[in-house]
Design a protein around this ligand. Structure first.
Ligand SMILES: [Zn+2]
Length: 211
Protein backbone atom coordinates (compact mmCIF):
# COMPACT_ATOMS: atom_id res chain seq x y z
CA UNK A 1 0.00 0.00 0.00
CA UNK A 2 1.25 3.45 -0.87
CA UNK A 3 1.91 5.86 1.95
CA UNK A 4 2.72 9.50 2.54
CA UNK A 5 6.09 10.56 3.90
CA UNK A 6 6.04 12.37 7.21
CA UNK A 7 7.11 15.63 5.53
CA UNK A 8 4.32 15.24 2.96
CA UNK A 9 1.88 14.86 5.83
CA UNK A 10 3.32 18.13 7.19
CA UNK A 11 2.69 19.74 3.78
CA UNK A 12 -0.95 18.68 3.90
CA UNK A 13 -1.24 19.94 7.48
CA UNK A 14 0.03 23.36 6.48
CA UNK A 15 -2.18 23.49 3.37
CA UNK A 16 -5.23 22.75 5.54
CA UNK A 17 -4.23 25.63 7.81
CA UNK A 18 -4.17 27.90 4.75
CA UNK A 19 -7.52 26.52 3.62
CA UNK A 20 -9.14 27.36 6.95
CA UNK A 21 -7.81 30.92 6.64
CA UNK A 22 -9.35 31.18 3.17
CA UNK A 23 -12.69 29.90 4.47
CA UNK A 24 -12.66 32.64 7.08
CA UNK A 25 -12.15 35.50 4.64
CA UNK A 26 -15.19 37.35 3.40
CA UNK A 27 -13.99 38.00 -0.13
CA UNK A 28 -15.99 35.33 -1.95
CA UNK A 29 -14.46 35.87 -5.40
CA UNK A 30 -10.87 35.30 -4.38
CA UNK A 31 -12.10 32.67 -1.96
CA UNK A 32 -13.16 30.25 -4.67
CA UNK A 33 -9.94 30.37 -6.69
CA UNK A 34 -7.80 30.19 -3.55
CA UNK A 35 -9.75 27.22 -2.33
CA UNK A 36 -9.39 25.37 -5.64
CA UNK A 37 -5.69 26.12 -5.67
CA UNK A 38 -5.12 24.74 -2.17
CA UNK A 39 -7.30 21.65 -2.68
CA UNK A 40 -5.39 20.95 -5.87
CA UNK A 41 -2.08 21.21 -4.01
CA UNK A 42 -3.35 18.70 -1.46
CA UNK A 43 -4.49 16.39 -4.25
CA UNK A 44 -1.03 16.58 -5.83
CA UNK A 45 0.65 15.38 -2.64
CA UNK A 46 -1.54 12.27 -2.68
CA UNK A 47 -1.12 11.74 -6.41
CA UNK A 48 2.66 11.90 -6.17
CA UNK A 49 2.30 8.63 -4.27
CA UNK A 50 -0.45 7.18 -6.49
CA UNK A 51 -2.91 7.62 -3.67
CA UNK A 52 -6.58 8.47 -4.02
CA UNK A 53 -7.50 11.74 -2.35
CA UNK A 54 -11.13 12.09 -3.44
CA UNK A 55 -12.70 11.24 -0.09
CA UNK A 56 -10.28 13.43 1.85
CA UNK A 57 -10.75 16.35 -0.56
CA UNK A 58 -14.53 16.14 -0.53
CA UNK A 59 -14.49 16.37 3.28
CA UNK A 60 -12.29 19.46 3.08
CA UNK A 61 -14.36 21.07 0.33
CA UNK A 62 -16.74 22.55 2.86
CA UNK A 63 -16.66 26.19 3.90
CA UNK A 64 -18.30 25.30 7.20
CA UNK A 65 -15.70 22.73 8.22
CA UNK A 66 -14.49 23.27 11.79
CA UNK A 67 -10.88 23.28 12.91
CA UNK A 68 -11.74 20.33 15.12
CA UNK A 69 -13.00 18.36 12.12
CA UNK A 70 -9.79 19.03 10.18
CA UNK A 71 -7.77 17.87 13.18
CA UNK A 72 -9.74 14.63 13.22
CA UNK A 73 -9.17 14.16 9.49
CA UNK A 74 -5.44 14.69 9.98
CA UNK A 75 -5.38 12.25 12.87
CA UNK A 76 -7.12 9.65 10.70
CA UNK A 77 -4.68 10.33 7.87
CA UNK A 78 -1.80 9.21 10.09
CA UNK A 79 -2.72 5.63 9.22
CA UNK A 80 -1.53 6.44 5.69
CA UNK A 81 1.81 7.87 6.80
CA UNK A 82 4.98 5.86 6.45
CA UNK A 83 6.80 5.35 9.73
CA UNK A 84 10.32 6.69 10.07
CA UNK A 85 12.58 3.68 9.90
CA UNK A 86 14.34 3.67 13.24
CA UNK A 87 17.97 2.61 13.35
CA UNK A 88 19.02 0.21 16.08
CA UNK A 89 21.13 1.45 18.98
CA UNK A 90 24.01 -0.46 17.43
CA UNK A 91 23.60 1.33 14.09
CA UNK A 92 23.59 4.70 15.84
CA UNK A 93 26.72 3.81 17.80
CA UNK A 94 28.40 2.90 14.53
CA UNK A 95 27.62 6.32 13.04
CA UNK A 96 29.39 8.07 15.92
CA UNK A 97 32.27 5.70 16.50
CA UNK A 98 34.66 8.49 17.46
CA UNK A 99 32.36 10.03 20.06
CA UNK A 100 33.12 9.13 23.63
CA UNK A 101 30.18 8.87 26.02
CA UNK A 102 27.50 8.96 23.37
CA UNK A 103 24.10 9.50 24.96
CA UNK A 104 21.56 7.94 22.63
CA UNK A 105 17.95 8.63 23.63
CA UNK A 106 15.50 5.80 24.14
CA UNK A 107 14.63 4.96 20.55
CA UNK A 108 11.43 3.19 21.61
CA UNK A 109 10.05 6.57 22.65
CA UNK A 110 10.40 8.10 19.19
CA UNK A 111 7.12 8.90 17.45
CA UNK A 112 7.84 7.46 14.01
CA UNK A 113 4.80 9.17 12.48
CA UNK A 114 6.16 12.65 13.23
CA UNK A 115 9.84 11.99 12.55
CA UNK A 116 11.53 13.01 9.30
CA UNK A 117 14.96 12.86 10.88
CA UNK A 118 16.19 11.80 14.28
CA UNK A 119 17.89 14.49 16.34
CA UNK A 120 18.57 15.00 20.00
CA UNK A 121 20.36 17.46 22.23
CA UNK A 122 23.10 16.35 24.59
CA UNK A 123 22.95 19.21 27.04
CA UNK A 124 25.94 18.01 29.05
CA UNK A 125 28.14 18.49 25.99
CA UNK A 126 26.17 21.34 24.32
CA UNK A 127 25.71 19.21 21.27
CA UNK A 128 22.98 18.29 18.85
CA UNK A 129 23.14 14.95 17.05
CA UNK A 130 21.43 14.10 13.78
CA UNK A 131 20.65 10.70 12.31
CA UNK A 132 18.83 10.59 8.98
CA UNK A 133 18.41 8.58 5.83
CA UNK A 134 20.40 10.23 3.06
CA UNK A 135 19.48 10.39 -0.63
CA UNK A 136 20.86 6.85 -1.04
CA UNK A 137 18.57 5.65 1.72
CA UNK A 138 21.49 4.98 4.06
CA UNK A 139 21.81 6.21 7.62
CA UNK A 140 24.07 9.16 8.11
CA UNK A 141 25.08 10.85 11.33
CA UNK A 142 26.30 14.32 12.13
CA UNK A 143 26.77 16.34 15.27
CA UNK A 144 27.83 19.82 16.24
CA UNK A 145 27.80 22.43 18.95
CA UNK A 146 24.40 23.78 19.93
CA UNK A 147 24.24 27.11 21.70
CA UNK A 148 22.23 27.13 24.94
CA UNK A 149 20.79 30.53 23.95
CA UNK A 150 17.41 30.40 22.31
CA UNK A 151 16.05 33.28 20.28
CA UNK A 152 12.98 33.81 18.15
CA UNK A 153 13.95 33.40 14.51
CA UNK A 154 13.72 31.37 11.35
CA UNK A 155 15.09 27.84 11.29
CA UNK A 156 17.42 26.96 8.43
CA UNK A 157 15.99 23.43 8.23
CA UNK A 158 12.21 23.80 8.45
CA UNK A 159 12.14 27.49 7.41
CA UNK A 160 9.56 28.25 10.07
CA UNK A 161 9.70 30.81 12.84
CA UNK A 162 10.49 29.16 16.16
CA UNK A 163 12.87 29.14 19.12
CA UNK A 164 16.19 28.77 17.35
CA UNK A 165 19.78 28.28 18.50
CA UNK A 166 23.08 28.54 16.69
CA UNK A 167 24.34 25.15 15.55
CA UNK A 168 28.00 24.89 14.56
CA UNK A 169 29.74 22.02 12.88
CA UNK A 170 33.50 21.69 12.89
CA UNK A 171 34.72 20.79 9.46
CA UNK A 172 38.16 20.01 8.23
CA UNK A 173 39.43 22.50 5.65
CA UNK A 174 42.72 20.88 4.75
CA UNK A 175 44.94 17.96 5.48
CA UNK A 176 46.92 20.16 7.83
CA UNK A 177 44.48 19.64 10.66
CA UNK A 178 42.85 23.05 10.23
CA UNK A 179 39.21 23.35 11.15
CA UNK A 180 36.54 25.86 10.39
CA UNK A 181 33.16 26.07 11.96
CA UNK A 182 30.11 26.30 9.79
CA UNK A 183 26.60 26.61 10.99
CA UNK A 184 23.27 28.32 11.17
CA UNK A 185 20.28 28.93 13.37
CA UNK A 186 17.97 25.95 13.68
CA UNK A 187 15.09 24.88 15.95
CA UNK A 188 16.46 24.18 19.42
CA UNK A 189 13.84 21.48 19.81
CA UNK A 190 14.05 19.10 16.86
CA UNK A 191 10.62 17.63 17.62
CA UNK A 192 9.20 21.02 16.64
CA UNK A 193 11.39 21.03 13.52
CA UNK A 194 10.16 17.58 12.53
CA UNK A 195 6.55 18.66 12.77
CA UNK A 196 7.27 21.74 10.63
CA UNK A 197 9.49 20.31 7.92
CA UNK A 198 7.66 20.09 4.59
CA UNK A 199 10.52 19.19 2.29
CA UNK A 200 13.29 16.75 3.13
CA UNK A 201 15.58 18.52 0.65
CA UNK A 202 15.79 21.42 3.09
CA UNK A 203 17.40 19.03 5.58
CA UNK A 204 19.84 17.76 2.95
CA UNK A 205 20.70 21.34 1.93
CA UNK A 206 21.40 22.24 5.56
CA UNK A 207 23.63 19.20 6.06
CA UNK A 208 25.56 20.07 2.88
CA UNK A 209 25.85 23.67 4.01
CA UNK A 210 27.43 22.87 7.39
CA UNK A 211 29.63 20.00 6.29
ZN1 LIG B 1 13.21 23.89 12.35
Amino acid sequence: MNKLKVYEYNQIKSLIKKLLNVYRTNDMTSHKSHKEYILNDIKNVFEANDMDSSEFISELDDIKISKKKTELLLEKLKADVEDFELPSKKEVDKLFKKVKKLNVPDLDQVDTKTTVFLAWNDLSANRKYFVFKNRDNEYEGMFGELSVNKIKGFCKICNQESQVSLFLNKSKTSGMGNYTKKGDYICHDSDVCNRNLEDINHLYDFIEHVK
